[in-house]
Design a protein around this ligand. Structure first.
Ligand SMILES: [Zn+2]
Length: 295
């Protein structure tokens, strides 16, 4: 099934709903990072959450949202960056996490992430990016993002994210949904939603059973009249690295460090942490970068 995000609202505009299937992009990320199942789930959930945030809250081409999970567990930091059109890329500090299943027989993402903080940086071309930070609630990612919306943006939300890893390590299903209540939503609506959500199967079970993003969209809003936009958004794992970007990274390490590279190594090879692409700089290139470096 093709990766897609569908979205819509109720006629009153008090309820915004997004439903995503991200199996392919998560599988691609897992292969790039060689992530073991628990890390794969943590990374896939973060990527899917970031894609949902990007599509729902960014407007312009150059805008980006960065979700950073900084827990004290084995995964280390997890980062996902998304734009307004569903392009997303990510990184997990330690992809080789091995952990027994949790008490519900599921991948123990919360245990692997540990406790710490979730931060969201929205860069919308303004002078200062918008930054919000909340403590992790469970490390299960969806709950943490829900808490971020409640605390930092005062938007009551329901977010579910799931990644199912096959026995061969590939991703069998990945996706999620997000429901947000806008001003004017009634308590009765919120109660009805809570009832629906608590009766649902997991996102991955729904995807595995063959439900499309649209099917999930209508399932999670069962009983509400909803308007789903016809045009879906097609999210994908896509890196935006370039030699220029790597040059800026090299410049930012400072004169002393660059001089050391030039004199001791005579060249530099940089690898993009999001996609693994390699960039080589020879001695002459490093020397020309030295002029741009500070300190
Ligand atoms: Zn890259």
């Amino acid at each position: 099934m093709e990766d897609i995000i569908v979205r819509g609202t109720n006629p009153e505009g008090t309820m915004r709903v997004y439903s995503a299937i991200t199996t392919q992009l998560t599988d691609k990320a897992v292969k790039i990072h060689n992530a073991y199942p628990v890390a794969a789930a943590a990374l896939g959930r973060t990527l899917t959450g970031a894609a949902l945030m990007g599509v729902s809250s960014l407007k312009n081409d150059g805008d980006s949202v960065t979700v950073q999970i900084k827990g004290d567990g084995e995964t280390g930091s997890i980062i996902a960056v998304a734009d307004s059109k569903g392009a997303v890329r990510g990184y997990i500090e330690n992809p080789y996490v091995e952990r027994p299943l949790n008490s519900q027989g599921k991948l123990d993402v919360g245990g692997a992430v540990g406790s710490g903080y979730l931060s969201v940086i929205k860069d919308m071309g303004l002078k200062e990016p918008y930054v919000g930070m909340v403590p992790l609630v469970s490390g299960e990612i969806a709950e943490d993002l829900t808490s971020y919306y409640a605390v930092s943006e005062q938007i009551p939300s329901c977010i579910a994210l799931g990644v199912l890893v096959d026995t061969d390590g590939s991703v069998a299903a990945s996706g999620g949904f997000m429901i947000q209540l806008m001003p004017g939503a009634s308590d009765a609506d919120a109660d009805r939603l809570t009832k629906i959500i608590s009766s649902l199967d997991s996102v991955t079970a729904m995807i595995k059973s063959g439900m499309s993003a649209a099917d999930i969209f209508f399932k999670i809003t069962d009983g509400f009249s909803m308007i789903m936009e016809n045009a879906g958004i097609f999210p994908e794992y896509k890196c935006s690295c370039s030699k220029e970007r790597m040059e800026r990274e090299l410049v930012s390490i400072g004169k002393t460090e660059l001089e050391r590279l030039i004199n001791e190594d005579g060249h530099a090879e940089l690898s993009c942490r999001f996609c693994g692409s390699k960039y080589n700089f020879d001695k002459a290139e490093l020397i020309s970068l030295l002029k741009r470096a500070k300190g």
